[in-house]
Design a protein around this ligand. Structure first.
Ligand SMILES: Cc1ncc(C[n+]2csc(CCOP(=O)(O)OP(=O)(O)O)c2C)c(N)n1
Ligand SMILES: [Mg+2]
Length: 322
């Protein structure tokens, strides 16, 4: 793999991690009033996948969308302003963390209704084919979305019409506090579900950004040449609480030992070790990278905090389409 791509994958993961750590640090100030679902620990999936996409390809996401939005090239300042409910936010301050959108970056949107963007992604992909545009559409969702009927209807249509869609399932084993054991039959491999629809399907390590990149590369290339959809299941782990800035292993729905095991498999640390070992980056380069990201993030927070809230008379604008 080219050195520049490896470095880019690392710096983009680090950027998402630092943005979310900043959100977590500032959240207790109570100035961000929307719920936040952090993807800390899961960054490799967003980055490794989106690194294969062109700016005008499409991405859709769900409630845990900061990483997908940023990896697709969504505007950081507009995202931070959205979290602060400001008029300069990407949803004009009315959507919050779970309604990110940046059409200029091909990020068609994120919504909190689990599974709801899967049919929208498939419909968008159908549109691109009907218009002969050659774009690829990626839909990111958690493993719980595969328990919904809409997932099955959507993947069926994508298979039938050979649509250029890549379904990216982030299997972090939990839906809020419910482990897979109480939701799906023992022994099921989620990626096998897609095979039942005749869709090519693979499972890979979601904490290894190179593995993600290579799996996504094949899927995107296949979609682009008219070969139809692919389903990718990436195993990973959410580090923090389901919703909010804190850790919640003390609640007892998962064990501290399980968390620590995944903590050791941090996608960013693993990539950093590789880059240093292969002399692609020195510790000094990484510190410089972090300093420049810190400055960018600080600027975005200042922009968000200093931006005005929407005016009262704008309250009902942009709430639903005309
Ligand atoms: C249709 C629907 N049902 C339930 C919820 C409540 N809910 C929000 S996030 C979530 C967990 C989803 O788990 P998963 O898809 O695995 O994503 P993760 O949170 O693990 O990233 C649930 C049940 C919802 N938002 N939408
Ligand atoms: Mg999950």
């Amino acid at each position: 793999m080219e050195r520049e791509i490896l470095k880019r994958l690392f710096s983009e993961m680090l950027r998402i991690r630092m943005v979310e750590e900043k959100i977590a640090a500032l959240y207790p100030e109570q100035e961000m009033r929307c719920p936040v679902h952090l993807c800390i620990g899961q960054e490799a999936i967003a980055v490794g996948t989106c690194a294969n996409l062109a700016r005008d390809d499409y991405v859709l996401s769900g409630h845990r969308s900061h990483g997908h939005y940023l990896a697709k090239g969504g505007d950081l300042k507009a995202m931070m302003a959205e979290l602060y409910g400001k008029v300069t936010g990407c949803s004009k301050g009315k959507g919050g963390s779970m309604h990110l959108v940046d059409l200029s970056a091909g990020f068609l949107g994120a919504t909190p209704i689990v599974g709801s963007t899967i049919p929208i992604g498939v419909g968008a992909a159908l549109g691109t084919v009907m218009r002969g545009e050659g774009r690829v559409t990626v839909v990111f969702f958690g493993e719980a979305a595969t328990e919904e009927g809409v997932f099955h209807e959507s993947i069926n249509l994508a298979a039938l019409k050979k649509l250029p869609v890549v379904f990216v399932c982030e299997n972090n084993f939990y839906s809020v506090y419910s482990p897979l054991a109480v939701r799906q039959p023992e022994g099921r491999q989620i990626f096998e579900l897609a095979k039942g629809y005749g869709v090519e399907s693979h499972q890979a390590d979601g904490n290894d950004v190179v593995e993600v990149y290579e799996a996504a590369e094949r899927a995107v290339r296949k979609a682009r040449r008219g070969g139809g959809p692919t389903f990718l299941e990436f195993k990973t782990y959410r580090w923090r609480e389901h919703c909010g800035p804190y850790y919640d292993n003390d609640l007892g729905y998962r064990s501290e030992a399980e968390f620590q095991e995944w903590r050791q498999r941090c996608p960013i640390d693993r990539m950093k070790e590789r880059l240093v070992r292969e002399s692609l980056l020195r510790q000094g380069d990484i510190s410089e990278m972090a300093a420049s990201l810190e400055a960018e993030i600080r600027e975005a927070v200042v922009f968000a905090k200093e931006s005005p809230a929407p005016e009262e008379e704008q309250l009902f604008d942009h709430i639903c389409s005309p």
